[in-house]
Design a protein around this ligand. Structure first.
Ligand code: P6P
Length: 337
């Protein structure tokens, strides 16, 4: 029997990475496998959410007669659960929870990582079948291993991430994660229930023709941002265009598309919300880490996202992220006083 060894599952891939680093403890590989397991469970619920809604008129009960939990909370509990019961995570910070969760048990206290995540970003899009996603960032804790993790473990600059990734629940379900060694994408193969390596060594094209921004806020952006957006609309064959505007209001889907095809995603500050809408710790930082490792760039309009030292768990930041040549052109506009 010929065994198809071309398909590398997430588990096999992380173990191979481990072989490349004999001194590694395997905790990070184990943590990434835990995240893959939670992602598979969330994927099942996301894919039948529409069904539950159709049947939902019988009250908040799903087809198995279980109480329908809000999917955000369900996803949060899945990721928190696998990380708490794994061997690699001392605690988590989540978009869904006001405070960090310190796992405070012997195994967790001896774990060297903490994880920040948005369990289900863009969940408002579920009932209209638009892709949504999970976003996560992994940090080595700064507190003493052997004791419970502390708040400072979750307020590190994004440049201290050891890994970051996302799951996009779309036409197919993909898990993409980055370490300093590179960015790799795994597509869930329903026939075997495994994430299989489908996009090895992802690189963000240095240029692209896609710009992603909510035009509805245009007159609330600062003038220099408006001028760059106008310039995007004036691109033609003579200056790297024409550009196309793609924005589906689901960050994971928008940034994933631009990462693969080239492009720029912007969520600028506005007059009403100068820090924008997106959260630094578990939306901006993971994508900034991934994009930089893939050769792109990410700033808040003034500084590198990964250099921002957080002061609050849920603080927001403007975000400009994508192909390096497009980001450099944007920065020429932002420099104009
Ligand atoms: P707006 C979804 O709610 C989200 O947090 C991101 O996924 C998405 O990019 C952004 O908000 C869309 O926000 O204000 O353009 O609708």
């Amino acid at each position: 029997m010929i065994v198809n060894r071309n398909i590398l599952t997430l588990d096999e891939f992380t173990l191979q990475q481990l072989r490349a680093f004999p001194t590694a403890t395997g905790e990070l590989s184990s943590l990434l496998r835990d995240i893959g397991l939670a992602a598979k469970r969330v994927n099942v619920e996301v894919n039948k959410a529409g069904l539950v809604d159709i049947l939902g008129d019988a009250g908040a009960v799903n087809v198995q007669g279980e109480d329908v939990k809000k999917l955000d909370i369900y996803a949060n509990n899945q990721f928190m659960g696998v990380l708490k019961h794994g061997i690699s995570c001392a605690g988590i910070g989540s978009e869904e929870l006001d405070e960090v969760v310190v796992f405070d048990d012997e195994v967790s206290n001896n774990s060297k990582y903490v994880v920040l995540f948005d369990p289900l970003d863009g969940s408002g899009n579920i009932d209209v079948n638009v892709s949504i996603g999970t976003i996560f960032g992994v940090y080595r804790r700064v507190s003493e291993v052997g004791k419970p993790c502390i708040a400072a473990d979750f307020l590190q600059a994004g440049n201290r991430q050891v890994a970051a990734g996302y799951i996009v629940y779309g036409s197919s379900t993909m898990l993409v994660y980055a370490t300093k060694r590179g960015v790799n994408g795994f597509t869930l193969d329903p026939s075997i229930g495994e994430f299989s390596l489908s996009h090895p060594n992802i690189k963000c094209p240095p240029s692209g023709k896609i710009y992603s921004v909510n035009h509805g806020n245009f007159f609330q952006y600062e003038k220099n941002v408006q001028q760059y957006i106008n310039a995007c609309q004036k691109k033609d064959k003579t200056n790297g265009g024409p550009y196309t505007q793609r924005y589906i209001g689901s960050m994971v889907a928008d940034v994933h598309r631009n990462l693969l095809k080239g492009g720029i995603f912007m969520y600028p500050g506005t007059i009403g919300k100068p820090n924008g809408k997106l959260r630094l710790q578990y939306e901006c930082n993971p994508f900034a880490f991934i994009t930089e490792i893939a050769g792109g760039k990410a700033t808040d309009g003034k500084q590198r996202i990964l250099d921002i030292v957080p002061t609050q768990l849920h603080q927001r930041s403007p975000l400009f992220i994508g192909s390096i040549n497009m980001m450099n052109e944007l920065e020429e506009y932002l420099k104009q006083a």
